[in-house]
Design a binder for this molecule. Structure first.
Ligand SMILES: [Zn+2]
Length: 450
């Protein structure tokens, strides 16, 4: 890999377009559950670097994106739930690149991330092509980082429910047209109400075991992914037309996957929220991750399990900031060493994920640890343990915890216990705050030149 020089002397001409498809499962993009042709995503997987075992640290939108953009475990950045904490600030890639004179833009259809503490200063508009294109044209000669949070893949997707009453007909109408037009505040609020109505109706049908409901849901999900695929193609074409496709690193990933009730999650889900955010099975932990920039990156498919917290260090190294990574104190590390001819695809570390939050005043504390082959999930509130051999049982249907208390299970339990102790140790976590000071030590590109 080499860094190309832009027109501005020593300033590298660097551009990143980052798309997070909410709730996009890895196995629907490439793998056993992929049912349809996704020409654009397929092409990016094939011609880019595709990490097919990418594991998120929290299967929930806000804390997961926070881990994604801080490169830190949730217990270090402190955002564990769907909350916005304005009095606390852990640097994100947005802060780091803004410091490096990058133009930062964000596009989202939902308030969830738009209002988030790390995002409120750079919200640029809704996630539609026209808006993205007009902003892109303005900044095409600058270094930029564009973040697109794509919501169309989130429940209730394009699920076609059998109509029950007038509410169903209206909610279907609103879903179809909400993607086509810009909502005023009032219409936005009304559409949210109908959105909630639809989500709840689907949950009730799953709970009641209604005929074929899971199949209907999956069909709607696939339909949404096909639309997401088209969006990827449009974005690529747009970059090409503007003339910056070669200069732009496209990153595609997701904040978590989605459950189709494979583990009968609905029966133990608080408030029937079974889709994601409560459990730690691979249906919600595994997401796609693609880095696409053929002018800089040779195509590769990497099976080594990696973490969402590795994404930011990887991007920064690709932007020529590899030497500075150490001062930024990430929990994640760059994936570049996994690429190239002399790459060593073996990584020994275990991968940690969690759900530590409160729903309806009920405390939830689940943590999981995985190696390439095994996975341990501990529910510390219910004192329940699950252990899976992912090689023999990739769908995690056969809990072998009691039957097979092997050395590896005990070792993993030990390590998970250490994560937990660390989590409760506030003093140790103070080191996080020092990152803010350290950030100021990074010179801007203009300072470097002079
Ligand atoms: Zn999400």
């Amino acid at each position: 890999m080499h860094n190309r020089k832009g027109t501005g002397g020593d300033i590298m001409n660097n551009k990143v377009l980052f798309i997070s498809f909410d709730s996009l499962r890895s196995d629907y993009v490439a793998g056993p559950n992929k049912k349809v042709n996704l020409p654009n995503l397929d092409s990016l997987c094939k011609n880019g670097v595709f990490f097919k075992n990418t594991i998120v640290q929290v299967p929930l939108t806000v804390p997961s994106h926070t881990s994604m953009f801080t490169g830190m475990y949730p217990f270090n950045h402190g955002i564990r739930d769907q909350v916005v904490r304005t009095n606390y600030h852990t640097p994100t890639i947005f802060d780091i690149l803004k410091y490096k004179d990058f133009k930062i833009l964000g596009f989202s259809d939902v308030d969830l991330l738009k209002d988030l503490w790390f995002f409120n200063w750079n919200y640029s508009g809704e996630c539609n092509l026209k808006e993205i294109k007009s902003k892109l044209k303005e900044i095409k000669n600058q270094n930029f980082f564009i973040f697109i949070h794509y919501w169309g893949t989130h429940t209730p997707y394009q699920v076609k429910l059998p109509p029950k009453n007038i509410k169903d007909i209206i909610s279907r109408f609103i879903l179809v047209f909400s993607s086509l037009r810009k909502w005023s505040n009032l219409l936005g609020k009304i559409s949210t109400l109908f959105w909630l109505y639809r989500v709840n109706r689907i949950r009730e049908m799953v709970k009641n075991g209604d005929n074929n409901i899971v199949e209907i849901i999956k069909e709607g999900y696939i339909k949404s992914i096909k639309e997401a695929d088209k969006f990827v193609g449009d974005i690529r074409e747009m970059l090409s037309k503007i003339g910056i496709l070669d200069d732009t690193l496209i990153v595609i990933t997701a904040d978590h996957g989605e459950s189709f009730n494979e583990h009968e999650e609905i029966n133990s889900a608080i408030g029937n929220e079974y889709e994601h955010g409560l459990f730690l099975y691979d249906n919600v932990l595994k997401v796609p991750l693609i880095f696409y920039q053929p002018s800089k990156l040779a195509p590769a498919e990497i099976a080594t399990p990696i973490r969402e917290i590795d994404i930011v260090p990887t991007i920064l190294e690709m932007l020529g900031m590899g030497e500075e990574l150490i001062t930024l104190n990430f929990d994640g590390c760059s994936l570049i060493p996994l690429l190239g001819k002399n790459a060593n695809p073996k990584r020994t570390e275990f991968i940690y994920s969690e759900v530590v939050r409160k729903i309806q005043n009920k405390k939830i504390e689940k943590r999981s640890l995985r190696s390439e082959r095994y996975k341990l999930i501990i529910d510390f509130i219910e004192d329940k343990r699950e252990f899976y051999d992912l090689k023999k049982d990739p769908d995690e249907l056969n809990n072998i915890y009691n039957r097979q208390k092997t050395e590896i299970a005990l070792e993993m339990e030990n390590i998970l216990e250490k994560y937990r102790i660390y989590d409760k140790d506030k003093l140790e976590r103070e080191r996080v705050k020092s990152r803010i000071k350290k950030l100021k030590l990074i010179p801007t590109s203009s300072e470097k030149i002079s």
